[in-house]
Write a protein that binds this ligand. Structure first.
Ligand SMILES: Nc1ncnc2c1ncn2[C@@H]1O[C@H](COP(=O)(O)OP(=O)(O)O)[C@@H](O)[C@H]1O
Ligand SMILES: [Mg+2]
Length: 410
C-alpha cells in the first residue's frame, strides 16, 4: 500500500485526506494540532507544524513515503514545495513558482511585467511611504502584508489614521513570515469571483467559477463566507474573468496543476486579487466537483503519485445546476457543546456539514479565514436551491459558546 504524507490536517485539507483514503492510500497526516479536524481521519498522525520545513524534511528522511502533498493553505504549500524539492518527490510547483504566487509585491510586479492589469499599488517599508502613496492615489485604499494569506492583516483604510493602524498590523504579519513589507493598493470596486482551475499543458482550464461572498467589514477585509455556483455572470463576463485568471497564471510562470484565482469584476474591468498555486482553502474544490463532476483533489493526488491518468482524470460524478460552500460565523468563546450536526448533514441536498472546533476548544474572533468554525456544502437544481439548503443546514447547527454558564445548565 502506498504511503502518503499530507501536510496539514485542518479544514482546508479535509477533503484531500478523504480523497486519499478513498483511493486506498495509507495516509499519514502532519499538523501542529492533534485535534485538527482531519487528524482523526488519517491512518497515522505526526505532530509537526505545516510550516516546519526542517521538521517535515526530517520526517520524510526518517520514514518511507511514496508521495507527499497538501492543498488549501499557503503555509503548507510553501513547505511542501521546499520539502518535495529537497527529497526529489513530485509536486506540481517548484519553490520559486510558489514564492511568486505568494509574496504580493512579487505577484503584482509579475502581473504588471506580464501585461496583466493591476490596480495602482506601492510596496512600502514605512508608514511614510504608505502615506505618500495615499496622497497620490487617494482613499479608500487596501493595506496587506506582502507575505500574508487567509486575509490576516488585510484592511481597508479610509484616511491617514486608519492607514497608519493598518500599516503596522500588516507589517507585523508580514515580518512574522520573514518579509517586513506592506503592499498598499487602490480599492477595487465590483464583485468578486473565484476561478477553480487546473493548468493542463501550460494552459489554465476552468472547472468552476463561483461568486465569492465575503463577510461585511473593513478590518479584516474579505473573509469568505460563501462560494456560490453558478457565478451569476453572463457567459461573456465569465469568460473575461477566466481569461484574466489564465493571463495571471501565465505571468507568474505557474504552469502545472491546481490554480485558484480571485478576480474582481467592476466598472473598470477585471482585476486579479491573486493567483494561488493550489486549490482554494474553503471547500472550493468540493463546490467544483458538485458543479462539474471533476474531482481536483484526486488530481492533486495524481501529481503527487506521479500518476498522469489521475492527474488528468475527467468527470467522476454528475454535475448539478447549483452548488455552494458556506461558512457559519459563530460567536467567539469556549465551545461547550455542538448540536444538530448530524441533522444538518442529513438534510436533502446537503453533501457535508462540519464543525471544526471540538468541544473544549475555542471559537476565536474572526480575524482571518482560519478562524471560521463550521461549514455546510450543498447542491441543488439551481443556485438559489443550493443556497437555501446550505442555510437550512447552518441554521440547524448550534455551537454553544455561552461564556460563564455551566455546560449542564445550557
Ligand atoms: N484592492 C482591493 N480592493 C477591494 N477589495 C480587496 C482589495 N484587495 C483585497 N480585497 C479583498 O480582500 C480579500 C483578501 O485579499 P488578498 O489580497 O486576496 O489577501 P489574502 O492573500 O490574505 O487572501 C480579497 O479576496 C478581497 O475580498
Ligand atoms: Mg486571497
Amino acid at each position: 500500500m502506498k504511503r502518503l504524507l499530507v501536510v496539514g490536517c485542518g479544514f482546508p485539507q479535509l477533503s484531500l485526506v478523504r480523497a486519499a483514503r478513498r483511493l486506498g492510500l495509507h495516509v499519514v497526516g502532519a499538523d501542529m494540532n492533534p485535534r485538527a479536524i482531519a487528524a482523526g481521519l488519517c491512518d497515522e498522525f505526526r505532530e509537526v507544524s505545516t510550516g516546519d520545513v526542517e521538521g517535515l524534511s526530517a520526517l520524510v528522511a526518517r520514514e518511507r513515503f511514496d508521495a507527499l502533498t497538501t492543498t488549501g493553505s499557503e503555509v503548507a504549500l510553501r513547505a511542501v514545495a521546499d520539502v518535495a524539492a529537497r527529497a526529489g518527490l513530485p509536486f506540481h510547483a517548484d519553490p520559486d513558482t510558489v514564492r511568486r504566487c505568494q509574496d504580493k509585491d512579487a505577484m503584482r510586479a509579475a502581473y504588471a511585467a506580464g501585461g496583466v492589469a493591476v490596480p495602482p499599488f506601492a510596496r512600502c517599508t514605512s508608514p511614510g511611504e504608505a502615506r505618500a502613496f495615499a496622497s497620490r492615489a487617494g482613499f479608500p485604499l487596501v493595506v496587506k502584508p506582502s507575505r500574508g494569506w487567509g486575509q490576516r492583516g488585510v484592511a481597508r483604510g479610509e484616511d491617514d489614521a486608519e492607514l497608519g493602524v493598518a500599516f503596522e498590523e500588516a507589517r507585523a504579519h508580514s515580518a512574522a513570515a520573514g518579509l517586513p513589507l506592506v503592499v498598499v493598493e487602490a480599492w477595487l470596486e465590483g464583485r468578486e469571483y473565484s476561478v477553480n482551475g487546473w493548468i493542463e499543458d501550460g494552459r489554465l482550464a476552468s472547472y468552476c467559477v463561483t461568486e465569492r461572498i465575503t463577510v461585511p467589514g473593513r478590518r479584516p477585509l474579505g473573509i469568505m463566507v460563501a462560494e456560490v455556483y453558478p457565478s451569476g455572470l453572463s457567459a461573456a463576463d465569465e469568460a473575461r474573468v477566466v481569461d484574466e485568471a489564465r493571463r495571471g497564471a501565465a505571468a507568474l510562470g505557474h504552469t502545472r496543476g491546481p490554480c485558484y484565482s480571485q478576480v474582481a469584476l467592476g466598472e473598470r474591468g477585471c482585476f486579479l486579487f491573486e493567483t494561488a498555486a493550489r486549490l482554494g482553502g474553503g471547500f472550493d474544490a468540493d463546490v467544483t466537483r458538485l458543479a462539474s463532476g471533476v474531482d481536483l483533489y484526486d488530481r492533486v493526488l495524481g501529481v503527487a503519485l506521479g500518476d498522469r491518468d489521475l492527474e488528468r482524470q475527467g468527470a467522476v460524478a454528475g454535475a448539478h445546476g447549483g452548488a455552494i460552500a458556506k461558512f457559519l460565523v459563530a460567536r467567539p468563546g469556549p465551545v461547550r457543546a455542538v448540536r444538530g450536526l448530524d441533522e444538518a448533514g442529513a438534510l436533502a441536498g446537503v453533501d457535508d456539514a462540519q464543525v471544526f472546533v471540538p468541544v473544549g476548544g475555542r471559537v476565536l474572533p474572526l480575524t482571518d479565514s482560519a478562524k471560521r468554525a463550521a461549514y455546510a456544502l450543498a447542491h441543488g437544481a439551481a443556485r438559489a436551491e443550493a443556497a437555501a439548503r446550505a442555510d437550512a443546514a447552518l441554521s440547524t447547527i448550534v455551537i454553544d459558546t455561552s461564556e460563564g454558564i455551566p455546560a449542564e445548565a445550557t
